[in-house]
Write a protein that binds this ligand. Structure first.
Ligand code: GLA
Length: 393
């Protein structure tokens, strides 16, 4: 498995040029931050159930360049969307702004609530994290933005608090009741490694992946996601209800046996959701162990089993994800599964390094034929977590 580190001088050059072109700031200091997207190897829909996840940060990032202003105004231009938006720190949000600005407003709202005194910024952002592809472009944006806001007042938060603040912005401001997976992966990512995160204690074990001859291939269905927030929040509510019915604080202490024994009390829907969660937690731990002993076949089996469980018990797949999953299984890989919340987005395939060149065109052609839609299939590398690129040191 190969790794990547960003070429920071290239990042700074591009960010600076964009900032000067857009806002013509009068001088320094220039702030540049980078928040990477993430790919979850295994452990889907377990984070908000206090379970285990195993993500990596990838070599696709949101980059923000900014200069402080004298007032409380925020002006941001997004290169990818070719759209600019403004808001004033400390003011009530107004619903007519573009959706992406809510993530930024949410982050500043949480930081202010944590007692941080913020100042206005002229900022630009560019990103090579594809949106809606299961790489969590939103967490990458939140994390990079939080770092830019804090850097502007020479302040900072410890990484864990920073990630939790970004999650809170999404939960309480954007209205997506996400767990901690995305923000932790973006903040704590480590090149050449996966993170085994215990979402109950929030402890992280770094699992080295170097030396494994595998590639991570993202197979984006290009199906726009729909109903994600409402379906997602429903799944979460169902799990919380299942835990209550089992008399547990969360599904974390639940086992196959307790869930099976309570099948009738839970009702079929809650049972299925809980079954996915307890078996997925087991698969995460087994995957980490299989990586450690270099058993890639076993890793692949767990990954494909995770997909079946997400499809049959958690019911977050869709026809396009199934078409893509079938394409990846046929093309030959250790294992593959839908990643992220589901209902669209991407399939992750764990592919033998020497097979990747054939794998990508084969999956592309076969998905195009079965789903009638052009996919976006690409390999990613594992990267380090978020950073303040400038000012350096
Ligand atoms: C989304 C959420 C995460 C996690 C995944 C499913 O990406 O933001 O917190 O729950 O879905 O594993």
């Amino acid at each position: 498995m190969s790794s990547s580190t960003y070429n920071s001088s290239q990042v700074v050059r591009r960010a600076r040029a964009l900032l000067y072109e857009k806002w013509q700031p009068r001088g320094e200091p220039l702030i540049v931050t980078r928040g990477p997207g993430r790919l979850n190897l295994i452990g889907e829909h377990t984070d908000y159930n206090h379970g285990y996840v195993m993500p990596v940060a990838v070599d696709r990032s949101v980059v923000i360049a900014a200069t402080p202003r004298e007032d409380q105004r925020i002006r941001v231009y997004s290169e990818g969307l070719d759209s600019a938006a403004e808001y004033t720190l400390g003011r009530e949000p107004d619903d007519h702004k573009p959706g992406w600005i809510k993530y930024l407003e949410g982050v500043s709202w949480v930081l202010a609530d944590l007692g941080k005194s913020l100042r206005g910024l002229d900022a630009v952002l560019y990103s090579d994290v594809p949106r809606g592809a299961g790489l969590s472009s939103s967490a990458a944006l939140e994390v990079a933005w939080a770092m830019a806001l804090l850097t502007a007042t020479r302040d900072h938060l410890p990484p864990r608090e920073l990630a939790l603040a970004c999650q809170r912005a999404e939960n309480e401001y954007v209205g997506m009741k996400c767990g901690i997976l995305d923000q932790f992966a973006s903040v704590f990512g480590r090149a050449q490694s996966a993170l085994l995160i215990d979402c109950d204690s929030l402890e992280i074990e770094v699992v080295p992946l170097q030396g494994h001859p595998i590639s991570l291939v993202v197979c984006d269905t290009n199906r726009p996601r729909s109903l994600v927030n409402s379906e997602y929040n429903q799944r979460r509510a169902s799990c919380e209800q299942a835990a209550r019915l089992l008399g547990l604080p969360s599904l974390r202490p639940a086992t196959r046996e307790t869930v099976m024994a309570a099948r009738e009390t839970l009702g079929e829907e809650n049972f299925k959701r809980a079954w996915h969660v307890v078996t997925e937690n087991e698969r995460v731990i087994e995957t980490a162990e299989a990586f450690k002993r270099g058993d890639l076949e076993a890793v692949g089996r767990m990954i494909s089993a995770s997909h079946r469980s997400l499809r049959d018990y958690y019911e977050v797949s869709c026809p396009e994800l199934e078409a893509m999953w079938t394409a990846t299984q046929r093309a030959g890989c250790y294992g593959s599964r839908l990643v992220g919340a589901g209902f669209g987005g991407a399939v992750l395939a764990l592919v033998a390094e020497e097979q990747v060149r054939q794998f990508i065109p084969q999956v592309t052609a076969s998905y195009l034929e079965s789903a009638g839609r052009q996919p976006n299939v690409f390999a990613v590398q594992i990267a380090n977590g978020a950073e303040v690129v400038l000012p350096s040191g």
